[in-house]
Ligand binder design. Structure first.
Ligand code: MGD
Ligand code: MGD
Ligand code: SF4
Ligand code: MO
Length: 735
């Protein structure tokens, strides 16, 4: 038997922990944490280790599948529909000809693509997708970002002029870390690539510092550090109060602020009405606590406020994220060691590249509007909350053919029922995945994707998000399972077929032909290699000793640390506005603040629903791994003891949770570790992928996003964020 132990890294979530893959005769048989990884140093979580069960899952799709329809009708959607294997060539030929027909009859606006979360951990898919948007300029692009992080991009665009200027908390050196709406002990960090984040937070306390968690639930993170409970979606009020105190008590260093930012007076005016007393009813936080926190943030030399999903998916996530950065700036904690810092690639001319890129993306944001709702395009994408309506609303730009690659929007976006009905009305639907998930059950074709260990990788989008700048790349550790193919190869194949009928793709093919005359093969790997070689530590194509893609995988298989820490004082390089000055004044932000006073709650829904990530889940897609499901795991709703008593619900009883948009039933777990009046429900459950994951299907549970609204008016206006937290609900005993 041929056995090898290959260093690589996990790409389920953002720390990208180092892994050793045990390969026996070409089969991935085990994964264990890599103790030689310079940062994750022998840590990996249960999900990472259990991933061999996903790679070898008997329910995995390993050949292209075609939907068989019992009655032959497109709109059957009958539960007796199934799938049969077809050859790649047959599948791709039919898909290409049907896409070409949609394009001919409806233009490129007749085509849509949903790019799910694992796609962001897959450089070659991300890069290849650009050829689709080039060939189909009006193609609707949706991503998981409108349920996650697009507000972060828009806040950065407003403040720094570039959506890609993303601050990260310097957890390695801070003495006061304020975590708002994030649960890093469970999530392992987000928009922050910091392996062993839990240990790093304990280090803060060990060196005499503090970690304060502001969250409606006493989460796994809050339980290990300090907890400050907050009313869901009260964060904008709290942050405005922190600013109000910093200005009114003259805590802010105005001379320093004037050097770095424009619009400071405007911000001061904006915050003025929001004294801690005025916001207490919205946050549930005592004014003395707010004042003390404002003072601590300014007076602690190294302090940072960090916010993630909980501060992104409320009514005004862009405003909240803008305010988090404003608090960091005003407190003197932006772009300084131990504060909120910016990573850079270190490419020659990066400043100009960022400037040009920032201007381009700002242009797309302001010019391109979604057909439904008129939402701006964030990194070229539209809000997934309105995807169903983009499919069902007649007119030019109505989606007729949809691709879903690495996503499960039926469970992850608001109102999955509406989306399921819409999917059945498409002329063509194609999925690229490891499983026939709840969304892909509606496809005409399901194409088998390689898992992360069956492809090479370089985690491009995470490079600037690391408090310890590191480069790591990997080759595939095993060959594709069955007939699986990497997304970029599938897209390449499709683009090639479409070049015979579609001018944009013909042009792309022409460019490739010319390049090949010079011996260059345009591929995602070539681009990733160029980034590695041009950026910090790279070999600059032979001009100096340094890294390339293959040098990284051959000579530094455990990763190469570039620097111990991030460098401060880089604002002038990352901010693309004139003079490198942060821009605080924006009418759109003013308008969002105005809206705060007009918030309305529907009658009869006195409680607030929040989400809850679980250590052994990853959104909707790890519920088929027996190791992660052992012990009869099931989905529960967390209800405060007082609310449970008032409603007559005991621990373990079924509770009915209703919003104006739908209702679900789940067993309740009664607790005191949550703010009274708040219910927490994990998302990604309620499996029923008919031809798909059997373990997941048998796990029960409900799709919490049936309670969420997909109405245009309920989608956040600046970044198209779905509203998934702070949702008004009521609870009652089931039956
Ligand atoms: N184990 C596990 N890890 C994961 C994932 C997973 O599903 N499971 N998913 C991955 C993904 S896709 C992402 S994006 C990251 C997310 O990473 P995080 O953002 O760190 O994780 P969440 O659990 O979503 O944390 C959001 C927190 O916000 C709180 N919250 C809800 N509403 C509010 C509010 O209005 N105000 C405040 N202040 N807090 C609020 C919730 O109680 C929750 O604790 O995690 C990644 N890692
Ligand atoms: N109520 C509520 N809803 C939420 C959230 C919340 O906190 N609360 N969180 C939101 C967030 S942060 C996110 S990121 C979204 C996630 O939303 P989605 O990305 O739509 O859904 P996932 O459940 O992550 O599904 C990922 C799919 O990708 C497949 N997959 C895994 N690896 C690969 C691969 O290498 N290639 C391909 N082609 N497929 C692969 C998996 O099998 C799975 O079917 O959910 C959002 N929805
Ligand atoms: S923390 Fe995330 S990256 Fe690390 S092993 Fe677990 S799933 Fe993989
Ligand atoms: Mo996410």
């Amino acid at each position: 038997m041929n056995v090898s132990h290959e260093p690589t890294f996990c790409r389920i979530c953002e720390p990208l922990c180092g892994m050793i893959a045990t390969v026996e005769d070409g089969r991935l048989v085990a994964l264990r944490p890599d103790k030689d990884h310079p940062v994750s140093a022998g840590f990996a979580c249960q999900k990472g280790i259990a991933f061999s069960e996903v790679v070898n899952d008997p329910d995995r799709v390993t050949t292209p599948l075609r939907r068989t329809r019992v009655d032959g009708l497109r709109a059957s959607g009958s539960s007796e529909d199934g799938f049969e294997p077809v050859s790649w060539d047959e599948a791709m030929a039919d898909i290409a000809s049907r896409v070409a027909a949609v394009h001919r009859d409806h233009g490129s606006g007749g085509i849509g693509w949903y790019f799910g979360n694992p796609g962001a951990f897959n450089y070659s898919y991300t890069i290849a997708l650009q050829s689709m948007t080039f060939g189909f300029p009006r193609m609707h692009l949706f991503t998981a970002g409108s349920q996650d992080v697009n507000n972060r991009f828009v806040a950065s665009q407003l403040l720094y002029g570039s959506p890609l200027a993303l601050p990260v908390p310097d957890v390695l050196r801070t003495d006061l870390l304020v975590v708002m709406g994030a649960n890093p002990v469970v999530s392992h960090g987000s928009v922050l690539t910091a392996p062993r984040i839990r240990d790093r937070m304990h280090d803060i306390v060990k060196r005499g510092g503090r970690v304060l968690v502001i969250d409606p639930r006493r989460t796994e993170t809050a339980a290990q550090f300090e907890w400050l409970g907050i009313v869901p979606d009260g964060d904008a009020f709290l942050l405005l109060s922190l600013l109000q105190v910093m200005f009114s008590e003259n805590l802010a260093d105005r001379a320093r602020l004037a050097r770095h930012a424009d619009g400071v007076d405007w911000l001061e005016q904006l915050a003025r009405p929001f004294s801690p007393e005025a916001t207490e009813a919205h946050t549930g936080i005592d004014p003395g606590t707010v004042r003390a926190l404002a003072r601590d943030l300014v007076r602690t030399e190294r302090a940072a406020v960090y916010g993630r999903v909980g501060t992104s998916i409320g009514e005004n996530g862009t405003l909240t994220t803008y305010l988090i950065d404003a608090v960091n700036l005003v407190a003197g904690n932006l772009d300084v060691p131990g504060g909120s810092m910016f990573g850079r690639l270190g490419i020659p001319g990066e400043r100009w590249l960022t400037k040009a890129g920032g201007a381009l993306l700002r242009g797309v944001y302001t010019r391109r509007r979604s057909r439904i709702g008129g939402f701006p395009a964030v990194l070229g994408s539209e809000p997934a909350a309105v995807m169903a309506k983009e499919i069902t609303t007649p007119g030019r730009g109505q989606i007729k053919a949809l691709f879903v690659g690495a996503g499960n929007p039926v469970l992850s976006v608001p109102n999955g029922d509406e989306l399921e009905r819409a999917l059945e009305s498409l002329d063509l639907m194609v999925g690229i995945d490891l499983y026939v998930n709840e969304t892909l059950a509606h496809c005409d074709y399901v194409l088998p994707a390689t898992s992360m260990y069956e492809r090479d990788d370089f985690p491009l989008p995470f490079q600037t998000l690391q408090p310890t700048p590191l480069r790591q790349a990997t080759e595939a550790v095993i060959a594709p399972v069955g007939q699986a193919r990497a997304e970029w190869q599938i897209i390449d194949d499709l683009a090639g077929r479409l070049s015979r009928t579609t001018p944009g793709f013909a042009l792309l093919a022409g460019v490739r032909k010319v390049l090949s005359l010079f011996g260059a093969r345009l591929s995602p790997r070539m681009l990733a290699d160029a980034v590695i070689r041009l950026s910090e530590g790279g070999d600059r194509f032979g001009l100096r000793r340094g890294l390339s893609f293959s040098k990284l995988t051959r000579e530094h298989p455990h990763g190469a640390v570039l620097a111990r820490y991030l460098r401060g004082g880089v604002l002038r390089d990352v901010v693309v506005y004139r003079g490198g000055r942060v821009r605080l004044r924006h009418d759109s932000i003013g308008a969002e603040v105005d809206k705060l006073s007009r918030r309305r709650v529907p009658d009869g829904y006195p409680m607030r629903l929040i989400g809850m990530r679980e250590a052994r889940s990853e959104n909707s897609w790890l519920h088929n791994a027996p190791l992660l499901m052992r012990g009869g795991r099931a989905q529960h709703a967390l209800v405060h003891a007082d609310d449970a008593a008032a409603a007559g619900i005991d621990d373990g009883d079924l509770v009915r949770i209703a919003s104006p948009h739908g209702e679900i039933e789940l067993p309740a777990t009664v607790t005191k570790d949550i703010v009274a009046g708040v219910v927490a429900v994990p998302h990604g459950w309620g499996h029923k992928g008919t031809a798909g994951w059997r373990v997941a299907n048998s796990a029960g549970g409900a799709n919490v996003n049936r309670l969420m609204s997909s109405a245009v008016d309920d989608v956040e206006s600046l970044a198209g964020m779905a509203r998934l937290t702070g949702v008004p609900v009521r609870i009652s005993p089931s039956g």
